[in-house]
Design a protein around this ligand. Structure first.
Ligand code: AKG
Ligand code: FE2
Length: 273
């Protein structure tokens, strides 16, 4: 990321949220962006890895229209979507024990082609808590020594859908695939660490878990550092989007049984390379 200056263009104001990740975007209704405005938002997205759009109160139709600007709206196997709005997933409070998202992860990394982008629109929020955090996986990669970067070159790891299979009652058919742990972002050409929870990324390819864990654990811990992350305190009407190719995120479950509902869309991505 370059320096943390505010940008004003086409009535759009892009304000960095930290010195390492995230920017807020104000000034336009995201359901109706013209091409020039979209170009400004797109550039900000690549520069900051995640964007917040405060106070949008966007309809599901507007959310889908916005999502389609970024690519193909995905439907992931094992998930069910809102009636009449294919691609919109209702994310709700399942309770702390059952939440599938309270750990650092990029979305659906066990797929051959995981989603490039995810978008969340707040529907119902608890009176306090239920924040979401994001971290910058370019910076995680760049923090490594030259020796470690060389070691990781061309190395792949197993990515398993065990968590998703369990939550959706598909334990007998856990999907998995192999991805490089260092991936090059197809739009920025920057390298980022691609990793997730130990259950999702249990081992390097052709290595045992015992051999892999110390290094995978080390790599997993590099993104979620205070100076590489942002914590979003949701407000009504917020829309947030993030780039799964260069971030991980973590949904904090500190709101007990209080309702928290988000509408979520994922945009198709390439095979990580
Ligand atoms: O509920 C959230 O804040 C994020 C949940 C999550 O991980 C996701 O929607 O991919
Ligand atoms: Fe997620």
């Amino acid at each position: 990321m370059s320096d943390a200056a505010q940008i004003r263009e086409n009535d759009i104001v892009v304000t960095p949220l930290t010195g390492s990740i995230g920017a807020s975007v104000r000034g336009q209704d995201i359901g109706n962006l013209d091409d020039e405005s979209f170009a400004v938002v797109h550039r900000a997205f690549l520069d900051h890895c995640m964007l917040t759009f405060p106070g949008q109160h966007v309809s599901d139709t507007g959310l889908l229209a916005f999502a389609k600007r970024w690519g193909e709206v995905m439907q992931t196997p094992m998930l069910t979507y809102l009636d009449g709005y294919p691609g919109i997933l209702r994310v709700y409070n399942r309770g702390k024990e059952a939440t599938p998202t309270e750990y650092w992860h990029p979305d659906s990394a066990y797929l051959e082609k995981p989603p490039a982008v995810s978008i969340l629109a707040a529907q119902e929020l608890p009176s306090a808590g239920g924040d979401t955090m994001w971290c910058n996986q370019y910076l995680a990669y760049e923090s490594l020594s030259e020796g470690m970067k060389t070691y990781l070159e061309g190395l792949r790891a197993k990515f398993s859908g065990a968590k998703m299979a369990r939550r959706t009652g598909h334990e007998g058919e856990v999907p998995f695939t192999y991805h490089p742990v260092v991936r090059t972002h197809p739009e920025t050409n920057r390298k980022a660490l691609y990793i997730s929870h130990p259950e999702t990324v249990p081992a390097f390819e052709n290595m045992t878990e015992a051999e892999s864990r110390p290094i995978l654990d080390y790599l997993y811990a590099q993104g979620p550092q205070p100076d590489r992350s942002y914590r979003h305190v949701w407000q009504p009407g917020d829309v947030v989007m993030w780039d799964n190719r260069c971030t991980m995120h973590y949904a904090v479950h500190d709101h007990g049984a209080a309702d928290r509902v988000m509408h979520r869309i994922t945009i198709a991505g390439d095979k990580p390379a």
